[in-house]
Design a protein around this ligand. Structure first.
Ligand SMILES: [Mn+2]
Length: 277
């Protein structure tokens, strides 16, 4: 059976801008989103619906045609509604609902496993009433209890999530361990047809691309990344590195225009108000 091409989810305009020192104005964000579409990415995450973002989210959503346009949301209903408004002008809108799942992050968020599971299911079900494409991301998944993760991911899939994302938020994972986590979760969580698994890694230890490759080898179908790996600290998984690592899996790159890769990085450098490392 032919393998599906790995989907590329670009979060330069959301996670890439967060605490990275890079500032883009509205016109620059729209220009960059259009370039991502020309490049051929499958999904573009554009913001979290904050008050200073809503105008740019509307403008980007209206400017993009083919890629799924995604807003990031916490699990509370008010946030989901705000993000839904942010992406409402997109031809293919989507919501990415995230919930911390490790003990450390649950405690920091003042919640517990049971309440987090209930809130996640409610948020996914609510988003699903408005858009088809609903992703759920388990934040700090690589430091979370695997049994709890499996239970939570099964519950949100049942509530309508179409993408399940395993994250390495604090750059805790190493490739063998991360690949094993992906394998175990895929084995334990029964998902229906049409559910895609995704990974979102950070690069503090320089392992983001290696972790993503280990995940893809376990059948993960989507990788989240940023152009030039921009992001907080050492940044996110660099798009360029992912494409290089997946080069031998032919269909993975079929939709990405490699000729446009360098010009995409150059455009980001040109429109950023701060030098990119
Ligand atoms: Mn992140």
């Amino acid at each position: 059976m032919a393998r599906e091409p790995v989907r590329i989810f670009d979060t330069t305009l959301r996670d890439g801008l967060r605490n990275s020192g890079i500032v883009l104005g509205l016109a620059e964000k729209v220009r960059f989103a259009r370039q991502l579409e020309r490049l051929g990415v499958d999904a573009i995450e554009i913001g979290f619906g904050g008050p200073h973002e809503i105008d740019s989210m509307h403008a980007i959503a209206a400017a993009v045609g083919e890629p799924i346009v995604i807003g990031l949301s916490r699990v509370n209903r008010k946030d989901v509604d705000r993000v839904l408004r942010g992406v409402e002008r997109a031809r293919r809108p989507g919501v990415n609902v995230f919930q911390p799942t490790s003990e450390a992050f649950l405690a920091k968020a003042g919640t517990c496993r049971e309440r987090a599971l209930e809130a996640s299911v409610r948020a996914v079900a609510h988003a699903k009433r408005h858009v088809d494409h609903v992703q759920f991301s388990a934040q700090d998944a690589s430091r979370s209890d695997t049994g709890y993760l499996a239970e939570l991911l099964a519950a949100v899939a049942c509530a309508g999530a179409t993408v399940l994302c395993i994250t390495d938020t604090v750059s805790h994972a190493a490739p063998a361990q991360f690949g094993a986590l992906c394998r175990e979760l895929r084995a334990r969580v029964a998902t229906g047809e049409g559910v895609t698994w995704s990974v979102h890694c950070h690069n503090q230890r320089g392992l983001a691309v290696a972790n993503c490759l280990a995940a893809v080898e376990q059948g993960i179908g989507q990788v989240e990344c940023t152009v030039s790996g921009v992001g907080e600290g050492a940044g996110n998984t660099p798009l360029e590195g992912v494409l290089e690592a997946l080069r031998d899996r032919e269909p993975a790159q079929a939709r990405i225009s490699l000729g446009r890769l360098a010009e995409t990085g150059e455009l980001l450098r040109a429109i950023s108000r701060q030098e990119i490392r």
